[in-house]
Design a protein around this ligand. Structure first.
Ligand code: UDP
Length: 344
């Protein structure tokens, strides 16, 4: 029998790519998603890519009654991968309570339902934002965490602390927290990718939307950082590589090997690129001229963030396979596909 996995937020950007990876590795997937920042159409595209249309429970996990029901009526779940969360940094600064309520209540309700129905394997979608402005680079999992700059980031840090308390109280529960650096790129088919609501916060969707003509110009937030060209450095990671890491994390959990009940892994390439390097690479790979302007710094940006990924490599057997050019060409392919599809 196939292992049956619940993926919360499985219609979203990283969730949908992970659903594809799991189906391709012969897992059965049930998605829980409230579709607040995603679209049901993704299920048809997953079917086109994998031949399987996963089951969707359109449920808001903030509601503890609905969360419990989802687990009550879907039996024999082997593990839960929890993506469901709001993720827009600037919106979280404007609406902190909405972020704390949504991201933390959904997490707590999911863990409570898992406890009630004796589901003991949990993977959490975390972020490098928990490192704040790191004192040493590349960042290891053993680096101290700091209070993140945004309520969004703080929900990730608080979520890890909640999970840590829960695994201490319940020795049967095994959890893995995956700290993503900067996920970009899209599925190689061009049919699935990032679909930001409104004006994008993140660099790559802003670049592709500018190049396709949806935005006037890209603002580069500051060029006076202590980096080689003055713009901040990030560790960009292909979303398909990231999705594969979830499969390996599940295998690790099912193998029963562990160092701790909550294990933490960085997921990045280990390579840092500046904003200007990304822009240059984009222009080279896509042959598109990008309209951009250097402006003021954005609040909360740190100069440099890049990962040491030895732990994921040694323990999960994971390493990113795709480089910046693949990430860019797949992001661009997705933007063009989506643009054409909307026109037709
Ligand atoms: N950035 C930018 N213009 C934008 C969006 C992002 O210059 O419109 C820069 C941002 O200042 C940061 C980098 O791109 O240095 C990556 O930002 P993103 O929001 O994608 O990810 P973050 O690292 O902040 O999570």
């Amino acid at each position: 029998m196939k292992n049956r996995i619940i993926i919360t937020g499985g219609c979203g950007y990283i969730g949908s790519h992970t659903v594809i990876a799991l189906i391709e590795h012969d897992f059965e997937v049930i998605i829980i998603d409230d579709l607040s920042n995603s679209n049901e159409q993704v299920l048809e595209r997953i079917k086109k890519i994998t031949g399987v249309k996963p089951k969707l429970l359109n449920i808001d996990l903030k509601n503890s009654f609905l969360a419990e029901n989802a687990f009550r009526y879907n039996k024999d779940i082997d593990a839960v991968i929890h993506f469901a969360a709001h993720k827009a940094v600037s919106e979280s600064v404007q609406k902190p309570l909405m972020y704390y309520q949504n991201n933390l209540c959904a997490l707590v309700n999911t863990l409570m339902a898992m406890e009630k129905y004796n589901i003991n394997n949990f993977i959490f979608s975390s972020s490098a934002t928990v490192y704040g402005n790191p004192k040493t680079l590349p960042i290891k999992e053993s680096n101290e965490t700091q209070r993140p700059f945004s309520p969004y980031g703080n929900t990730k840090k608080m979520a890890e602390e909640i999970i840590d308390d829960v695994v201490k109280a319940n020795p049967n529960l095994r959890a893995i927290s995956l700290r993503y650096f900067n996920p970009i790129g899209a599925h190689q088919s061009g049919m699935i990718g990032e679909l930001p609501n409104g004006i994008p916060n993140n660099l790559m969707p802003y670049i592709t939307q500018t190049a396709i003509g949806k935005r006037d110009k890209l603002m580069v937030f500051g060029n006076d950082y202590p980096t080689k060209d003055g713009t901040p450095i990030r560790d960009y990671i292909h979303v398909v590589d990231l999705a594969e890491a979830h499969v390996l994390a599940l295998n690790r959990i099912f193998s029963k090997e562990k160092d701790h009940n909550l294990e933490i892994f960085n997921l990045g390439t280990g390579e840092g690129y500046s904003v200007l390097e990304v822009i240059e690479a984009f222009q080279k790979v896509t042959k598109q001229k990008l309209n951009y302007e250097i402006t003021e710094r954005r609040d909360g940006d740190v100069p440099k963030l890049y990962a040491n990924v030895d732990k994921a490599n040694d323990i999960l057997g994971w390493r990113a396979k795709m480089g910046l050019e693949d990430m860019i060409s797949h992001s661009w392919q997705w933007e063009e596909y989506y643009h054409l599809e909307k026109k037709n």
